[in-house]
Structure formats: C-alpha cells, structure tokens
Ligand binder design. Structure first.
Ligand SMILES: [Zn+2]
Ligand SMILES: [Zn+2]
Length: 398
C-alpha cells in the first residue's frame, strides 16, 4: 500500500518538474548515436591504381561527331588509360544500348578494360549506369518516369552502379540521391563550372550519404580524319576529350568488377588529365607512423588525434608550387603548401567521437601539359586534382 503511494508520488513529481523546465517527451529516433563496430579497412597495399574515363559519347549518340567506338578506344589506349566506359545517350536508341554501343563490332579491346554502361537520359536529368558485365539497360530506360522508389528498386535488381551526372544546371540530376552510388563532381575540362556539383556533393556527404565523387569528360566529338569531315563542334576535341578529367581508382585487381567496386567504395581521386599527378589521401589512426586508411575509407573515431597525409604521385612539376586545400564537413579546414619535389603535406586533427566527420582535399598548382588535348589545360587552369573523403563514424547501413 505504502509502496504504491510512493510510486505514484514520484511520477507526479517527475511530470511537474519536466513541464516546469519546458522539456518535452519527444525522442528523435534518428538522433546521433554510437555507430557500433565498423567493417575493417581494406588493405592499403594489396591493389593497383587504374585510371580511366567514365563519361564519353560515341557515334551512337546522335549529336556526336567524328567519334566512332574504335577511335575512342585507340585514343584511350594511347594515353595509358586502364579502363573506359562509353556512355551513349540511351534515349537516342530507345533504351536499346545492348544492340547499339555494346553490339558495335568495334566495342572490344585487348588492353583497356571496357565497362558496360550508358547515359540514362531522361526528362528529370542524366545519370550514368556502370557495370562490369552486360545488364538489362532497357529496364532502367523504361522505368525512368516512375516514382523514385520504383526506379530505385529496378536499379537494385539490375545490380548496377548508378551515378548522378552534371548534377546542377541544365539536365541536372532530378532524382533522389539515395539511389545513386556516385556523383559527377568534375564534368569536362572546364573546372570552374563544377562549383554547384561540389556543393551538392558536400551536402550529401554532410547528411550521411557516402557518395563517391568521380569525373567524366562528357566528350562528344573526335578530331576529324580529314578537314572536310569537320563539324561546327570539332574544335571541342582539342579542348575536351578522353581524360579531361581522369578518374583514378585503387582497385584490388585489374578487372572491370574491381574498377566498379573501387568506384562504389570511394577509393577514387580525380586528376585534370592522364598525365597530371594523382592525389592520394591517407590517414594514420593510431599514430604509429603507418597509414591505416585512404580516401573512401570509414573508421570509428577513437577520440585521439589522427595524422593525415596528402601526396602527389606521378608527374609533378619539380619547381612548381602546389596548394592543398582541406575541406572538413563541407567547410574550409586549412590550406597547405608544397612543391613538386616534396609533393606531400601532413596535418593532424581529432574527429569527433560522436557524429560524423569527413575530410577531403583539393590540389591546385601548375597545369600538366596534355599534348593530345592541348587546349584543355587553359580550361582546367590551376586545378590539379581532388580526393574523395576520409570518413569517420559514417553508418554503413545508412
Ligand atoms: Zn548529360
Ligand atoms: Zn553526356
């Protein structure tokens, strides 16, 4: 009897004090909580850097000129590309990419890994589909005007990597970013026009969507064989073609599937052209002097300082000055200077123990000449390359 009374009294006191302090009983089910145990980080050494082009149009796109499949593949090979995805507009063939680009007798290579894909070209915007093997692209085309939840389920059934193209401006990506694996943050040699794409990418990362940033030239026109074959757009081939920009992936093997997997997991950086230095971004979690993570990786924050390292690999200009800008959670974190001889910078920061943190880097410096596409360097300017983020406390089941 007396125990029940005490309990009742306690509840009353509790309610009075709660309302007196203006507290509500609201409990946010999505509030930041411990992310739990994360999957282990993959090996930093067991793999190979592969470079490629992820957005280019052949003659199977109606507005393309002087750009047969064989020319694109031969050019890619000549500038050292390891992989290539020819992404023709699917609406130009009513979705039947399989009997057009992929069935072209020229669609073969003994050295360049050819991905299967197309540019999903819809009223609500453009995206690229990427796959290591043929898939039923017709289904993705047919579902294009349906609700996102329907489109997303078809995409999942097809097992493809879907990527948002040139996400802002004309032909922006007007679908949910929840159904894409990556976003084209660097479209064509004209670096300056990508500012809004970068902003969208940071917004998605900041809201917990671990989307990979990738590049794509979106080139439609090749150099004509003879002057009489020139079109009004032929001039573009000298300024924007395969490799402007170039997307690097750290793949576990030299296979198409490993390229797709690396694209999905974000072990990716983008360089202004195939000869420009590659941006590599690493982190040492436990301060033992050995790097434990690279861009695209996600670890649980320990509450201890993490040492980060950015290095430029490949053809740096020896006496050139390079500026590395670090972005933390979408905001400027700091800028660091290095030169072509040293070609690395280091910094330390402590990611929060609660909630997500990410870091990514942008590198500017002297342009690296690209003799095959000579006018591209004037368009990309000082932009050398950018990394994908190193992430902490991102929920892999998001
Ligand atoms: Zn497009
Ligand atoms: Zn395109």
């Amino acid at each position: 009897m007396s125990r029940a009374c005490t309990g009742l009294l306690l509840i009353t006191v509790c309610c009075i004090s709660g309302s007196a302090l203006g507290q509500s009983a609201h409990k946010n089910p999505w509030a930041t909580k411990d992310v739990g145990t994360l999957p282990p980080i993959a090996s930093l050494t067991n793999g190979v850097w592969l470079k490629g082009e992820l957005h280019v149009h052949s003659r199977h796109s109606k507005e393309s000129s002087n750009n047969p499949v064989a020319k694109i593949i031969a050019f890619s090979k000549s500038v050292g590309m390891d992989y290539l995805c020819i992404t023709d507009h699917d609406n130009h063939v009513d979705g039947d990419v399989a009997h057009n680009t992929w069935a072209d007798p020229e669609f073969k290579s003994d050295s360049v890994l050819l991905l299967y894909g197309a540019e999903w070209t819809t009223t609500r915007g453009h995206g690229n589909a990427f796959s290591a093997k043929p898939y039923d692209h017709q289904r993705l085309y047919d579902v294009r005007d349906q609700r996102d939840v329907v489109v997303g389920s078809v995409k999942k059934e097809l097992g493809i990597h879907l990527s948002a193209n040139h996400p802002s401006g004309k032909d922006h990506f007007g679908y949910s970013y929840d159904m894409v694996n990556s976003i084209e943050v660097w479209n064509s040699a004209v670096w300056s026009k990508n500012a809004n794409a970068i902003m969208i990418w940071d917004d998605m990362l900041s809201s917990g969507r671990k989307l990979t940033g990738r590049g794509g030239s979106d080139a439609h026109h090749g150099v004509p064989e003879t002057p009489d074959k020139a079109t009004k757009n032929s001039y573009q081939a000298k300024a924007n073609y395969v490799g402007t920009p170039t997307t690097w992936v750290f793949a576990t093997a030299r296979t198409s599937q490993a390229v797709i997997d690396a694209l999905t997991n974000g072990r990716v950086s983008i360089s202004s052209n195939p000869y420009a230095p590659r941006v590599e971004f690493y982190a040492d979690l436990n301060q033992d002097g050995k790097m434990d993570m690279m861009m695209g990786d996600n670890a649980k924050s320990t509450g201890k300082p993490v040492k980060f390292r950015v290095q430029l690999t490949g053809n740096t200009v020896p006496d050139g000055d390079y500026t590395v800008s670090v972005v933390k959670n979408g905001n400027p974190f700091g800028t660091f200077q290095t030169n072509g001889k040293t070609a690395f910078i280091a910094f330390t920061d402590t990611p929060a123990t609660q909630g997500r943190t990410y870091y990514r880097v942008v590198v500017e410096g002297p342009p690296t000449p690209y003799p095959q596409v000579p006018e591209s360097t004037a368009l990309s300017g000082k932009m050398v390359g950018l990394s994908n983020p190193i992430c902490f406390n991102f929920d892999p089941n998001f």
